[in-house]
Write a protein that binds this ligand. Structure first.
Ligand code: B1M
Length: 229
């Protein structure tokens, strides 16, 4: 009963690709109710949360990002799209954070000082929770003092930092420098991510690993912490 691009799901014949494209359009237009409804519908059809994220939400945000960069969209429109994405992520959150796994480690995560982009960082936080990490999400615009205090308070062995701006990524080096000064660098593995970063930058600033996306963030966190224990 499957035709090209169509699948029979829960008794309905569904064009999933068209559904995800409609979600991308709704996200682009910042229509929160429609994005939320599209997410619920995809779940009702049995789609995996990570697929809904990748094919509906992140793909939509990629188009927003491109048009933002090209001067077609402006901050208010991008903010509306971001809010729609966040509302849909709230629906996926319980599914992404469900875990039966034993505690994998204790993580502190935040977007660095000067930067308020938090969607990717929140995604990483959710997926770390799903992988069994105890996660302390410090939010955005986080300075070195706050990272250090949280690592001490929670006895964290994993630090995740996110930056989406070329102007804020150097602050990651400041935080790592402070970890050394405070005698904490050997106690935490440091993962960094965000669109403008790359592996060479991570190596330059002395991070343990650059992760291009949340899935890589999970694999790297598991591997680094496993190696440590
Ligand atoms: Co901003 N913004 N923005 N923005 N924004 C970008 C980043 C930009 C690339 C847009 C563009 O020009 N094409 C550009 C940066 C240019 C640069 O520095 N090279 C830009 C700019 C310029 C700005 C302002 C300066 C605009 C202005 O005011 N004139 C301003 C800065 C504010 C500030 O932070 N001080 C600004 C503001 C905003 C909004 C508030 C409107 C909004 C943010 C809302 C929010 O986050 N709550 C916003 C948005 C939404 C974007 C874009 C369109 C989308 C970012 C996003 O959420 N993507 C973005 C364009 C783009 O990135 N293409 C853009 C979806 C998300 C799932 O992906 O965050 O990349 P991402 O996360 C990925 C990976 O990077 C990775 O995993 C995730 C996927 O699995 N990852 C990690 C991220 N962190 C990780 C950490 C890890 C591991 C992986 O381990 C710890």
């Amino acid at each position: 009963m499957t035709t090209i691009g169509m699948r029979e799901l829960s008794g309905d014949t569904v064009d999933l690709q068209a559904h995800y494209e409609a979600m991308q359009d709704d996200l682009y237009d910042g229509v929160t109710a429609a994005v939320v409804e599209g997410t619920r519908q995809a779940l009702a059809w049995g789609q995996a949360p990570v697929d809904i994220l990748a094919r509906g939400l992140v793909a939509g945000m990629d188009i927003v990002g491109k048009d933002f960069g090209d001067g077609i969209l402006f901050v208010p429109e991008v903010l509306r799209a971001a809010n729609a994405m966040k509302a849909a992520m709230e629906i996926l959150r319980p599914l992404l954070t469900q875990t039966g796994a034993p505690k994998a480690g204790i993580a502190v995560i935040g977007t660095v000082k000067g930067d308020i982009h938090d969607i990717g960082k929140n995604l990483v936080a959710m997926m770390w929770e799903g992988a069994g990490f105890e996660v302390h999400n410090l939010g955005n615009n986080v300075d070195a003092d706050k990272f250090i205090a949280a690592i001490r308070e929670h006895h964290a062995n994993l630090l995740g930092m996110s930056a989406l701006l070329t102007t804020t990524m150097p602050y990651m080096a400041t935080v790592i420098e402070r970890l050394h000064q405070e005698g904490l660098r050997d106690h935490v593995k440091v993962l960094v991510g965000g669109a403008p970063l790359n592996a060479a930058f991570a190596e330059d600033i002395g991070a343990d690993r650059y992760c291009k996306d949340a899935a890589e963030g999970v694999a790297a966190a598991r591997a680094l912490i496993r190696r440590e224990t």
